[in-house]
Design a protein around this ligand. Structure first.
Ligand code: ATP
Length: 327
């Protein structure tokens, strides 16, 4: 090893996700068990630039495993995208004597972490924390399972009303550029169709969405719409359907930030706990600029560059399952 890592810094960045607290707890406790000091950084890269740093003990992460959000707060920072901003971040790293940085966040956060690592030769480990599940190299990101369950429960509730009033419900789901949440929630909630960025053209998907259910004499239908599959989201889809089929009684529900909150599922807590410990193990294994992930149930180290560069594919069998099961 070039030098022994005595002090690590940890931060959460980008959109908050349920299970981030479980990951912070694991990082802090695994580091301390390995005789490292932990400096907790508040408000992501903004806090790193502004030196919002506090040393954490094991007690500082007591009683948080079941809490959604992130006790370290999250933020987005335009300044960190600039070399000057990252210089300010490095000044804090030096001042606080941080030897390695652990970043819990999504692909934007990892892009920033990688630049910082390249520019200042500091070991950086990424832990995938985003409800979107859009990071290559890990089967699941922390927060995805919880969000999926939240969406499924919301759609189950909407179906009760949809059936009673014979309506077509369009439900807008988050996901940035990825359709994982939308497609999987559609399967889990037995929706009639999903409109996602990865598949076919929106016009084709729209036709399928309108045709399904109605064609088979169902008296209510639910279609999940990924927020960025079409400009204007579910509202835009509703306009098209209302024009062609005013008789459908189309209603739009935007789940919004409801999807990001709540107590993490057991799956997310266990994933976060494993990946938090794995991040410290990665530092002991002299890894740098990698993301810890889970593939086929095993912890893996993936170069940050690959996690950012490659796009995770939607599984075709899932897409086909939705088509087959919605008849
Ligand atoms: P989520 O997927 O939940 O939105 P994310 O990590 O992708 O999470 P972003 O808002 O894209 O969220 O990124 C978080 C922060 O990371 C940004 O506010 C910015 O400070 C930093 N960041 C993002 N992209 C870059 C970049 N290209 N260069 C430097 N820093 C970046």
């Amino acid at each position: 090893m070039e030098y022994k890592i005595k002090t690590i810094g940890v931060l959460t960045s980008g959109g908050d996700a349920p299970g981030m607290n479980a990951a912070i707890r694991a990082v802090v406790r695994a580091a301390i068990s390995n005789d490292m000091k932990v400096k907790a950084i508040y408000r992501g890269y903004k806090g790193l630039m502004d030196d919002e740093v506090q040393e954490f003990t094991t007690q500082d992460v007591s009683g948080i495993i079941q809490r959604g959000g992130t006790i370290l707060k999250s933020a987005r920072s335009e300044e960190f995208r600039t070399p000057e901003g990252r210089k300010r971040a490095y000044d804090t790293i030096q001042k606080e004597q941080i030897d390695a940085l652990i970043v819990i966040g999504g692909d934007g956060s990892f892009t920033g972490a990688r630049l910082l690592a390249q520019e200042y030769n500091i070991p950086v480990i990424g832990i995938p924390g985003t409800i979107d599940n859009d990071l290559w190299g890990t089967d699941s990101t922390i927060g995805y399972d919880t969000a999926l369950n939240t969406i499924m429960e919301c759609v189950d509730k909407l179906r009760d009303t949809g059936t009673s009033h014979e309506r077509l419900f369009l439900v807008e789901v988050m996901g940035r550029d990825a359709g994982f949440l939308t497609l999987n929630a559609a399967i889990a909630a037995g929706a009639e169709a999903a409109i996602i960025p990865e598949k076919a053209t929106v016009a084709e998907q729209l036709e399928a969405a309108i045709g399904h259910g109605r064609r088979k004499h169902k008296n209510s239908s639910i279609v999940l719409v990924q927020e960025h599959a079409i400009e204007g989201g579910a509202q835009a889809v509703a306009k098209v359907i209302e024009k062609e089929h005013p008789e459908y009684g189309t209603r739009v529900t935007i789940l919004g930030h409801l999807q990001r909150g709540g107590s993490p599922t057991a799956f997310d807590r266990i994933l976060a706990s494993r990946l938090g410990c794995a991040a410290i193990q990665a530092l002991l294994d002299e890894q740098r600029s990698i993301m810890v992930g889970l593939q086929n149930g095993e912890v893996v180290y993936v170069p940050l560059s690959n996690a950012i560069k490659y796009k995770k594919n939607i599984k075709d069998d899932k897409w086909q399952a939705l088509q087959v099961l919605s008849i």
